[in-house]
Ligand binder design. Structure first.
Ligand SMILES: *Cc1c(COP(=O)(O)O)cnc(C)c1O
Length: 359
């Protein structure tokens, strides 16, 4: 039986989006970012779908990498947050996970690893994000110290992360790239700077490796440019169905807090999706919901398991009819705007109850 609320994945769209990465970065190797359960799409499923198509994948945490290895994933996996202690480093060594050195404290731990063990390392520079990364003035000496670690069999990769790449007018990006390129001058090792926004908007950020996340899932990183305009196709559609239809009289109120009152007699639809599925509770009233092929406005508060819509614009709608919350024809970016958030949080935020199915 099809569950009431489900997320449908279009894996062809995923491959289409990977081709867009290649179109913008034809000379770069691709490290597909599949952290946070592949942005909500299901880690194993997405990893499997792209395994033979990408050069590497990236996750945020060690446990995500371990999960992938245990599922039989054989491509390089980079753990973007690196490690905090010897135990975590040992886990990365034994599961052949590539790591990130982003603070001086990690270097002695690597120096103590036996020469019989091997690990690939990215050395990360903080060029203005002030999150993870060595300061430019610490970078050269960290690099030299790493080259003396016997567990490194090749030069470390060199990476940084951009803070404002989604704003194509913001000069900070140029500045970050300049600091990075200036600081690594003379060091050998492959470079990586670009996330999705940089791949699509900042050609000068392209290097030996790119690290697309969001765009692979078919979302635009730019507030002023749609996914369609970029050639991206949504991978996830969030769907459910109408579970009740009723006639309200003028003056009836709907939902918790009675926040909506019928100004006229109204045909109301009740849909089986709510914040318990990851639908945003704070979305603005009148947000678009698609019932069959018609877009109708949300009314009343979002509850845990249900939302309510005004069916005035969909007079033929019947109990059991299909509903789209986002995806195909209803861009997740638009829903994100209505909820005063970004598409990342919506796709990452679908909950365990939402069954993921492939189309
Ligand atoms: C998440 C992440 C990415 C991918 O970013 P998108 O904006 O989703 O493309 C790339 N690099 C690092 C270090 C990240 O943490």
């Amino acid at each position: 039986m099809i569950p009431a609320a489900y997320a449908q994945l279009d894996l062809e769209a995923l491959l289409n989006n990977l081709n867009i990465v290649r179109k913008y970065a034809p000379h770069s190797k691709v490290m597909a970012v599949i952290k946070a359960n592949a942005y909500g799409h299901g880690l194993g499923r997405i990893a499997h779908a792209i395994e033979s198509q990408v050069d590497a994948v990236a996750v945020a945490r060690t446990d995500e990498g371990v999960r992938l290895r245990k599922a039989g994933f054989n491509r390089p996996i980079t753990v973007l947050e690196g490690f905090v202690n010897r135990q975590e480093l040992d886990e990365q060594l034994s599961f052949h996970l590539d790591t990130v050195v982003h603070m001086p404290e990690q270097i002695p731990m690597l120096q103590h690893v036996d020469a019989s063990q091997v690990i690939s390392v990215w050395l990360k520079m903080d060029t203005g994000m002030s999150r993870l990364g060595l300061r430019p003035e610490e970078f050269q000496s960290a690099y030299q110290a790493l080259t003396r670690c016997r567990c490194l069999k090749q030069a470390p990769g060199l990476m940084t992360h951009l803070a404002n790449a989604d704003d194509r007018e913001d000069n900070k990006t140029v500045n970050q790239i300049d600091v990075f390129r200036h600081t690594i001058n003379g060091l050998s090792g492959e470079c990586s700077i670009a996330n999705s926004a940089a791949i699509l908007g900042w050609q000068q950020s392209l290097a030996e490796w790119v690290r697309p996340g969001l765009m692979l899932y078919g979302c635009s990183p730019f507030p002023d440019l749609s996914a369609t305009e970029l050639g991206l196709k949504p991978v996830m559609g969030l769907h459910s169905r109408l579970i009740a239809v009723k006639q309200l009289r003028k003056g009836d109120t709907v939902g918790y807090g009675s926040s909506w009152q019928a100004p006229v007699d109204t045909r109301l639809g009740v849909i089986a999706v709510g914040y318990g599925d990851g639908y945003p509770r704070h979305i603005s009233p009148q947000a678009p919901v698609r019932v069959n092929d018609r877009v109708v406005p949300l009314i009343g508060r979002v509850s845990m398991d249900m939302i309510t819509v005004d069916l005035h614009g969909a007079p033929e709608a019947q109990i059991g009819d299909p509903v789209t919350l986002w995806g195909d024809g209803l861009p997740v970016e638009e829903i994100a705007k209505a909820a005063a958030t970004i598409p990342y949080t919506l796709i990452c935020g679908i909950t365990q109850r939402v069954q993921i199915v492939e189309s």
